[in-house]
Design a protein around this ligand. Structure first.
Ligand code: NAD
Length: 294
């Protein structure tokens, strides 16, 4: 038996490699040949059809761009999968899509969990991801040993869709807090404060948060933050925009008032339109400084 890994991109590639390094027989599929070549060189068997990956697998892991990809992929591979194989989706997708995907799997006789991640490409490479898991207790118990090989923590958040719910709520906090931290630096600069002075105060006072202390949007105070390399790498603005969109869709579906979340989504949409989706999401400070988002 083996682990089928579908989606070998920036996140899925290193996750599949970590499973192989831990001794699992991993069969990977991605439609992009370069993605397959990268993991093949690191010990993952690769195939050119998803059916060939899932045929002998007792676990099928997906790490795909969006909900449509996951639902299409499940429709395609469920009829080809080994009986009873566990389906484990790590992509960040809509709560409703996650529940629909799990239902497709359950109807076909497969246990399923949603297990989106926090930690980014660095966490995927270092196997230090945090997994937020939604599904039945037995499915979580079956998934946990695999999650432990790819990450540092796996938190069982509830039934199907609960992992995605935790992910969108977390990233709602993250998007809004990055904007607040960026506005504070922009204001501090205008008031004559050095960035280091504001950092020294806020990082040890009530303004403390991850957006400030780990992913600081100005170069200097946190030497490894993306700001020190012109915002290359890190968590792309386009992905933050996607996650805020998922949060706003969930807010609409549930009738939740999220005024700050909606404004954060608007600001990231404006920022991605002018700067593109690729730079780290902390680059929004450059547009806040020059006032171009208003
Ligand atoms: P990516 O675009 O680098 O990788 C996605 C891969 O899926 C691509 O290589 C694509 O070719 C492949 N793919 C598309 N359809 C497929 C199919 N039917 N079967 C197999 N492979 C298919 O994206 P990523 O950065 O790896 O992100 C993957 C997911 O993880 C997204 O949902 C994203 O929101 C989430 N995520 C990303 C990060 C990050 O920092 N990059 C952090 C947390 C969560």
């Amino acid at each position: 038996m083996s682990v089928a890994f579908l989606g070998l991109g920036n996140m899925g590639g290193p996750m599949a490699v970590n499973l192989a390094r831990a001794g699992q027989r991993v069969v990977g599929y991605d439609p992009v040949p370069m993605a397959r070549d990268r993991v093949f060189a690191a010990g993952v068997t690769t195939v050119e059809e998803p059916g060939a990956a899932v045929a002998d697998a007792d676990v099928v892991i997906t790490m795909l761009p969006g909900g449509g990809h996951v639902l299409d992929c499940y429709q395609e591979v469920l009829p080809l999968a080994a009986p009873g194989a566990l389906f484990l989706d790590c992509s960040t997708i809509d709560v409703a899509d996650a529940r629909a995907a799990a239902e497709l799997a359950l109807v076909a006789g497969h246990p399923a969990v949603d297990a989106p991640v926090s930690g980014g490409v660095v966490g995927a490479e270092a196997a230090t991801l945090t997994f937020m898991v939604g599904g039945e207790d037995t499915a979580f118990t079956a998934a946990e040993p695999y999650l432990r090989l790819m990450g540092a923590r796996a938190i069982h958040c509830g039934t199907s869709g609960a992992g995605q719910a935790a992910k969108v709520c977390n990233n709602l906090i993250l998007g809004a807090s990055m904007i607040a931290v960026s506005e504070a630096f922009a204001l501090g600069e205008k008031l004559g404060l050095t960035n280091q002075a504001l950092f020294d105060v806020a990082s040890t006072a009530s303004g403390q948060c991850w957006a400030l202390t780990t992913n600081c949007p100005v170069p200097g105070p946190v030497p490894k933050s993306p700001a020190n390399r012109d915002y290359a790498g890190g968590f792309a603005s386009g992905l933050m925009l996607k996650d805020l969109g998922l949060a706003m869709a969930a807010a609409e579906q549930t009738g939740t008032t999220t005024a700050l979340g909606r404004r954060a989504a608007e600001l990231y949409a404006a920022f991605v339109a002018q700067d593109g989706p690729a730079r780290d999401f902390s680059a929004i400070i450059t547009a806040i400084r020059d006032g171009s988002l208003d």
